[in-house]
Design a protein around this ligand. Structure first.
Ligand SMILES: [Zn+2]
Length: 571
């Protein structure tokens, strides 16, 4: 995307009239009726997740109330007021992002303006985005104005988290909820955009992108944009290419995986797992997606009437229904438990593959949860010879894992260096010199500094800035609370490392992941604002893609490992 004039699809196709808005019929109708009947309110609250049309509709509404010749409640688009607003040259529309201007002074600036009536046009419209980010004094200042607004003032407050607004504000506003958009609505719009852009894309690809967008039109268009950039000059955007670009796995694979384990065919299930890894897929993503697949089966198994709630395509649904009919509800619940436990374990584990294999084998043999079985009402019996054999195998694998971990800890205690453990020992960067540090150099330097004393932790990690350390420590919790599940799914794939300037370095296994932040300002600001909101600080972040073939530890330090080791040793 070297062309600097390139306009992202979600900007280029942002609706300019109510008629172009998709999937918001009730809200649009209500607002248009208000304009037609002249019963316009003074304060509106638009709630809903990202990319669901809040700001878009706010802007169209702002245009419509000032339009000299509104058409059935929609702005005409060519009167002087409409034109000026379109060029952001109209003083009657004031936009403020509360995420970056959350102080009482920022609000005062706006409120001071409110006292002057507009020189042209009828209304002055204030759009305050992410309004929940305002400080308490700022809310109080805003409340005063909302209580007695001048005739010509309209406030549109937009938020992703209405529960964080004071009741006093909520009670003053007409509230509109922008739920997640249905995949069909998003797919329909993506198809329109493809037609306008002359992009050739399979229906199945479009549907997959629409479901990956998770209810956000903006995400849907961004993903389409990225897929298209990757596929540029290579003909039709197919479903397979889309999966590849997004690093995802075809639902058919989950079905085969599930069926293999259902029939106790460990060899086939392990084969599928190995195939997934060989293709360079992220195991974490695979496990997360598989749990979601199982969850859908569970819903269908409980009642096939839940099919409408699943947001999956007709082909996938038919497949899932077949799978769901195969299994008992208890088997599905047990599978979800096993794989959710695995998801938790592999977050921090060095040997993710072995843990995944254990989960597969465990799932293949219903009687082998060992000591835990007694507590689990879903585990009826024990004593099957085949299970015992497998149990023995797992015991061996678990022991091997444990002894590996022990060796690693011993190595660190012995002085931070040593073969076979490059993450902490070799080349841990002092800020600014990570590239220059020869492998092993750090360990050699560190040794004389702490001569005899048994070391609490490797010397070098003290170079990790505190805020980066806090983010890394709380990473899983931070991700879990991240409102956008789409960003969450991207970030889950990233490894955490430290950049040369002390910044948090997110290393993605696929270019797509890094691009979704580097090329998409919205995603970047949303994530970084969220980080500063949670940590109370601006944490510098860099997003990088790691070329295929390079192992993570060859080029980057795994901060999660480093910090976790420290904590273990301090205990
Ligand atoms: Zn107009």
């Amino acid at each position: 995307m070297a062309d600097t004039h390139y306009l992202a699809l979600y900007r280029k196709y942002r609706p300019l009239t109510f008629e172009d808005v998709r999937g918001r019929d009730t809200i649009v109708r209500t607002l248009k009726n208000q304009i037609v009947s002249g019963r316009i309110g003074h304060s509106y609250l638009f709630c809903g997740t990202r990319g669901t049309g809040k700001t878009t509709i706010a802007k169209i509404f702002a245009k419509a109330v000032n339009c000299e010749d509104p058409q059935d409640g929609s702005p005409c688009g060519h009167c002087s007021s409409c034109l000026a607003i379109a060029e952001n040259a109209n003083l009657n529309v004031v936009e403020m992002d509360a995420a970056s201007n959350n102080g009482v002074d920022d609000i005062r600036n706006i409120i001071d303006q409110v006292s002057y009536s507009p020189t042209q046009g009828r209304y002055r419209v204030y759009i305050i985005d992410e309004v929940h980010m305002l400080s308490t004094p700022a809310f109080n200042a805003l409340l005063k104005t909302l209580e007695e607004p001048p005739e010509y003032a309209i406030f549109i407050l937009a938020t992703t988290e209405p529960n964080r607004l004071p009741v006093t504000i909520l009670s003053r506003c007409q509230r509109y909820d922008f739920g997640r958009l249905a995949p069909d609505v998003i797919a329909g719009r993506l198809r329109e955009v493809c037609d306008m852009e002359k992009l050739d894309a399979e229906d199945k690809a479009i549907r997959y992108i629409a479901s990956a967008a998770d209810g956000s039109m903006r995400d849907g268009l961004s993903i389409l944009d990225q897929c298209n950039a990757f596929n540029y000059g290579q003909g039709t955007l197919t479903y397979e290419k889309t999966l590849e670009i997004l690093g995802a796995v075809d639902t058919g694979v989950f079905s085969r995986f599930f069926r293999a384990m259902h029939t106790g065919d460990a060899a086939t299930a392990l084969g599928i797992l190995s195939e997934i890894l060989r293709e360079g897929r992220e195991i974490m993503q695979f496990v997360t997606d598989y749990i979601w697949y199982l969850r859908n089966l569970m819903m269908l198994n409980a009642s096939e009437k839940t099919a409408d709630m699943l947001d999956v395509s007709a082909d996938n649904l038919a497949q899932m229904l077949e799978d769901a009919r195969l299994a008992e509800l208890s088997e599905l619940i047990r599978a979800i438990r096993i794989f959710s436990a695995l998801q938790e374990q592999i977050r921090y584990a060095a040997n993710r593959r072995i843990l995944a294999e254990i989960a597969v084998i465990r799932q293949c043999t219903p009687v082998m949860d060992g000591a835990g079985a007694a507590e689990d009402p879903l585990e009826p019996r024990a004593g099957d010879p085949v299970a015992d054999a497998l149990k023995e195998r797992i015991r061996m694998l678990e022991e091997k894992l444990q002894s590996d971990e022990q060796r690693v800890s011993e190595m660190i205690r012995a002085g931070g260096g040593g073969q076979g453990f490059s993450q902490t020992g070799q080349g841990y960067p002092q800020a600014g010199q990570r590239q220059a540090q020869p492998a092993g150099g750090a360990a050699q330097q560190a040794a004389p500094q702490a001569p005899q004393e048994p070391r609490k932790a490797p010397e070098l990690p003290s170079a990790i800035p505190d805020d980066v350390r806090r983010v890394v420590n709380g990473w899983s919790r931070l991700l879990a609370a991240l409102p956008s599940s789409y960003l969450k799914s991207l970030l889950q794939k990233a490894n955490l490392s430290l950049g040369g300037g002390g910044q948090l370095l997110l290393v993605f296994p696929n270019r797509f992941g890094a691009d979704m932040f580097n090329l998409n300002e919205h995603n970047r600001t949303e994530f970084e604002n969220y980080l500063s909101e949670k940590t109370g600080k601006r944490v510098p972040v860099e997003y990088k893609f790691l070329d295929k073939g390079n192992k993570f530890t060859d080029n980057y330090v795994d901060l999660q490992d480093v910090i976790r080791m420290e904590i273990e040793i301090e205990d």
